[in-house]
Design a protein around this ligand. Structure first.
Ligand code: ATP
Ligand code: MG
Length: 247
């Protein structure tokens, strides 16, 4: 059963395939948005939560009391993640029912302070009960599909897109499916620091044709934590435009 919550616009980062950059791209987009908006970032990867690893300035704690979960805060950004609470190295041997309950908690029982203008959700891989639970909530203003150009990633991304279309089948809030903002083509190429030669890493370098949705950003593979934050301005800009339309 869904719990009544204040209307907060939500953006989902999902991919189907694991390890393609959802956590990297969702945290960097949340940080770009937080330059001038109040932003929530919710880590719905409840088995292996790791958004804190990708934030440039991760908050140190979150607490839970009778009012709900109190996010960890850093400036305009409030972060909700089980990583704050789980002992490092401990596996989550839980079933789908627990995961769905956790999603309900992390969507509807957060003591936001202040209320964010938008909440970014970092999704786990797959198309499972975490996804089907969040997709039953209203006010999802858009989904960002993160993929590489590898055929396996594109195949799984297509399944994630199909799930967003199928949602119209059982969620009256999205008569035309959950809106898709576009794709992030992540780890698309490496650029030689000496000669600037661009080498495509996977596939045919045409995510747009493969998935039939626009590419919002093409992010090169950069070793270490060197992904350029300016790439996420375009993604943040698109989300801000959607927020204006949503008002
Ligand atoms: N553009 C990039 N350049 C270099 N490394 C990257 C890039 N994007 C992501 N990575 C690295 O790839 C790995 C996987 O990224 P990330 O954890 O964001 O993927 P994910 O889709 O969230 O994975 P999961 O499905 O397990 O949640 C991380 O080590 C991350 O630092
Ligand atoms: Mg992740």
């Amino acid at each position: 059963m869904l719990i009544a919550i204040p209307r907060i616009p939500k953006v989902l980062f999902l991919s189907g395939k694991g390890g393609v950059g959802k956590s990297t791209d969702s945290t960097m987009t949340a940080e770009a948005l937080a330059k001038d908006l109040k932003v929530g970032l919710v880590d719905l990867d409840v088995d292996c939560p790791n958004v804190l690893q990708f934030l440039s300035n991760p908050p140190t704690c979150q607490k839970t009391d009778t009012k709900g979960m109190h996010p960890g805060a850093c400036g305009n950004l409030q972060v909700v993640s089980l990583a704050f609470e789980l002992p490092k190295g401990m596996s989550m041997l839980r079933d789908g029912k627990w995961r769905a309950q956790m999603v309900n908690e992390m969507v509807s029982n957060i003591a936001w302070d202040p209320m964010p203008n938008v909440v970014v959700f970092d999704m786990p891989p797959g198309t499972n009960e975490v996804h089907t639970t969040i997709l039953q909530y209203p006010d999802i203003i858009g989904a960002v599909i993160v993929t590489t150009g590898h055929p396996a990633s594109l195949e799984d991304a297509a399944r994630a897109i199909d799930m967003l279309h199928k949602q119209s089948f059982f969620s009256p809030g999205y008569p035309n499916g959950v809106p898709i903002l576009g794709a992030i083509d992540n780890m698309s190429a490496v650029v030689c620091p000496k000669c600037s030669t661009r080498t495509v890493l996977f596939g045919k370098d045409d995510v747009q044709t493969a998935l039939g949705i626009p590419v919002i950003a093409q992010i090169n593979f950069v070793p270490g934590k060197g992904v350029d934050p300016s790439h996420f301005e375009a993604v943040a800009g698109l989300i801000k435009k959607k927020l204006e339309e949503w008002k």
